[in-house]
Design a protein around this ligand. Sequence first.
Ligand SMILES: Cc1cc2nc3c(=O)[nH]c(=O)nc-3n(C[C@H](O)[C@H](O)[C@H](O)COP(=O)(O)OP(=O)(O)OC[C@H]3O[C@@H](n4cnc5c(N)ncnc54)[C@H](O)[C@@H]3O)c2cc1C
Length: 454
Amino acid sequence: MTQINRIEDVYRPVDERIKDTKEVERKFFPTEIMAQASRCSDCGIPFCHGAGCPLGNLVPEFNTAVAVGDIRKGYDIISKTAFFPEFTGRVCPALCESCCTRNLNDDAVMVRQVEKFMIETAFEEGWVSLPAAEPNGKTAAVIGSGPAGLFAAEALRRKGFAVTVYEKREKVGGLLRYGIPNWKLEKQIIDRRVALLEAAGIKFVCSTEIGKDISAEYIHKNYDEVVLAIGTPNARDLKIPGREAEGIYLALDFLHGAEMPDEKNPERFSAKGKKVLVIGGGDTGNDCVGKSIREGCKSVLQVEFMPKPPETRSPSTPWPDWPYMLRTSYAHHEGGERRWNVSSKQFIVKDGKVAGVEAVRVEWEMSPLGKPLKPTEVPNTTEIIEADLVVLAMGFTGVPAEGIVNDLGLQLTPRTAIIPDPSRHIYAVGDCANGASLVVRAMADAKRVVGKIK
Ligand SMILES: Cc1cc2nc3c(=O)[nH]c(=O)nc-3n(C[C@H](O)[C@H](O)[C@H](O)COP(=O)(O)OP(=O)(O)OC[C@H]3O[C@@H](n4cnc5c(N)ncnc54)[C@H](O)[C@@H]3O)c2cc1C
């Protein structure tokens, strides 16, 4: 029998994809996906399903169906646990794959691509429809329409609630729309799902900020259940000298211009012809590199305070843990440079505009298993990194909703996440309850919390 290898390159050719903002991944032939699904060994203890997938997706079961070409059965199986596989099938880091048993002495099964193929086939074949729900005579308000809010709304609808989703932005989707770039998740994918949710009776009220346009207390009085799903878009800033200079942007502001080209003043955030410096080595920073390249920057450098992770799984995160290791995203294949151990000390400002960053090298004390513990600045390593556009991509913190929290008299954790109050029928799901995380975790949290609502 011939050995089937995992397909590593899932992207369109670089020179083609950087000229547009369409989906960065290529389409797979059904036979390719069936072959990939057949790599699943349906092992006795599927860590992918248990430890891996926060939604508890039945991964070996759908792989088995897809491997023999029964895509309908695969779709029916994933529909038991996931409401929106078209989102996770595109943007999930695939926690399931990192703990795939094949990883022990081979490469993981391509679970995310199988998921995407099943749901896209389902849409093409017209299989996607939402199950009918018997009304229970009760009402629920969901505040926020990101993945957690959408999942909560669908879960409540299935329980028979009359659901209204309030969203402060013009359009539904949260960070799916106003964070994750189009080339990772084209926005018509969100619109396609929202149309189905609307057809199933969920009401969306956009451009309405709860705690400002409508008080949260009013919502609380007028609905039987209130689910807060307001996310954490408060970006972590870098308050070093020179921060006020023109040309220094928070990642979401920078990225947002790419997705909403008709919004006010899109040129302001354009990287065209610029020497871009992205501060922050995570996924958001990677997307900023991708945007800079698509816009025709002169150069792009991404710097990270932490040390360069090892090329292979660090012993500090043995299988089946999520591996601490170097990750190279689609954007890094497109261009630019990456550096680690860089600490930014002050911005260089000329005529009110950013001209660079003064930085110093740090060294990290490591644990015996290779986990970074403590940084120390290395003397005499100060340098100037030239840049005329700087993007800060250093994560998110806190919740954006003093209004809601005050209106409802809610408490916050020390990390300023909302503490819900189920005794008063107030719940919190997703990033606002747990801190900035992942689409799949936001949805899984909504599933868990709404599961308890009667
Ligand atoms: C640039 C970027 C790239 C990312 N890429 C990925 C990725 O590839 N894969 C992945 O898994 N995760 C990714 N993430 C993380 C992921 O997007 C979030 O974890 C997820 O969206 C959180 O979902 P949520 O529903 O809790 O919050 P959000 O998506 O933030 O949604 C919250 C919603 O609440 C609304 N809202 C807030 N306050 C109010 C109010 N007072 N009234 C009404 N509405 C309100 C907001 O406008 C927003 O629409 C990325 C994040 C960013 C920023």
